[in-house]
Write a protein that binds this ligand. Structure first.
Ligand code: SF4
Length: 365
């Protein structure tokens, strides 16, 4: 019997961050009907596959309260077979859950928290329009989570923020490291069209400075015992996100909630972000059938982001083609110039290659 993973989307946040284009809203007026509809769908879409991970993302799941999250998790447990070591994550933003809430979640079975810290510099949080919490709230969340018994915590950091400098990023890195998370994600700020920050068009650090910031993150985290297993993700040994690894390795997952996506076999489904349609029972649409070339391109793109790279044996089994033969010119170019390593089993990017990963990936696909 094969396995799968579940993603549950909670589209509510205490306030909307200036750079955010995710499906989320501060308006909680629909929350109870939304949770009921989620639970109905979870129960109706049973599978006999073993569930290896469950991920509550958003939005800010903890904004709707621990009790509602635990009700949804209970419906999941009642409807599916969860593996014994099932990773059950909730995204949790500072200032939205207290010690009691965290204890309730831990008791119900949540065993991993992912918290958006982003920066330890208050003026940078302000510049991001991230008004729902302070720097202090971030530290309090981690302290409470530890007290509640969470021993697997991931923290998000952001770089390339307006007015951020390598020096201020160093302060944020120090802050995050003092909290001793098991996992750290570090993403560059992207100005998404249509967001308030995009309209403000703030002065951002230039490309060279952003590249220096990434190098600083890479070096600092590496020296502190975190290994980079994906371009933007760092973990202490054994704490890599199993759920996200499944996405990056192209494994199946089932998504529930507005704007949630699923991948089942080679078919990608997506629920529209239309809350009304979701509440009226509209089913997800097929948005893509990943055929041979599409799936191969996606495989290469995702695997080159992973430090483990392309597994040539797996590649041959999946696509019935020899990786070394098909991509000989690219392999020669990048392995020959120190941007990648090509062994009998794998092809992966070196630290140097990671800095130009977009160029390398584009060249392959
Ligand atoms: S907390 Fe996250 S999902 Fe919510 S508004 Fe901010 S960036 Fe968007």
């Amino acid at each position: 019997m094969s396995d799968t993973a579940l993603y549950i989307h909670i589209p509510y946040c205490r306030s909307k961050c200036g750079y955010c284009d995710f499906c989320s809203s501060p308006d909680l007026s629909t929350v109870d009907v939304y949770v009921s509809e989620l639970i109905r769908r979870v129960k109706a879409n049973k599978t006999d596959k073993v569930v290896k991970s469950v991920y509550f993302g958003g939005g800010t799941p903890t904004y709707i309260g621990a009790k509602r999250l635990c009700e949804i998790l209970q419906a999941v447990k009642d409807s599916y077979t969860l593996s014994e070591d099932c990773e059950i994550t909730a995204e949790a933003n500072p200032g939205t859950v207290d010690l009691h809430g965290l204890e309730t979640m831990k008791k119900a079975g949540f065993n991993r928290l992912s918290a958006g810290i982003q920066t330890a510099v208050q003026t940078e949080l302000d510049a991001l329009g991230r008004t729902s919490h302070t720097v202090k709230d971030g530290a309090a969340l981690v302290k409470n989570a530890r007290e509640a018994g969470f021993d697997n915590i991931s923290l998000d950091l952001m770089y390339g923020i307006p007015e951020q400098t390598p020096e201020s990023l160093t302060r944020s890195l120090d802050f995050v490291l003092r909290l001793e998370p098991e996992h750290i994600s570090a993403y560059a700020l992207k100005l998404e069209e249509g967001t308030p920050l995009y309209r403000q068009s703030p002065a951002l650090p230039d490309d060279d400075t952003v590249a220096d910031m990434y190098a600083l993150i890479n070096e600092t985290l590496g020296k502190s015992g975190y290994h980079r297993y994906e371009i933007s993700n760092f973990a202490k040994p054994g704490y890599e996100s199993r759920h996200n690894l499944r996405y990056w390795r192209g494994g199946d997952y089932i998504g529930f909630g507005v704007a949630a996506a699923s991948l089942i076999g080679n078919i990608r489904y997506s629920q529209s972000p239309d809350m009304k349609a979701f509440l009226q029972g509209k089913e997800p649409d097929i948005i893509e059938v990943l055929d041979g070339p599409g799936r191969e391109a996606e495989y290469i793109m995702l695997h080159l982001r992973l430090s483990s790279g392309v597994d040539k044996k797996e590649f041959r089994q999946k696509f019935k083609v020899d990786f070394d033969e098909k991509y000989a010119p690219q392999i020669k170019k990048y392995a020959g110039h120190g941007f990648a390593v090509n062994t009998d089993e794998r092809f992966y990017l070196t630290d140097r290659g990671v800095f130009v990963s977009n160029t390398v990936i584009t060249d392959f696909i």
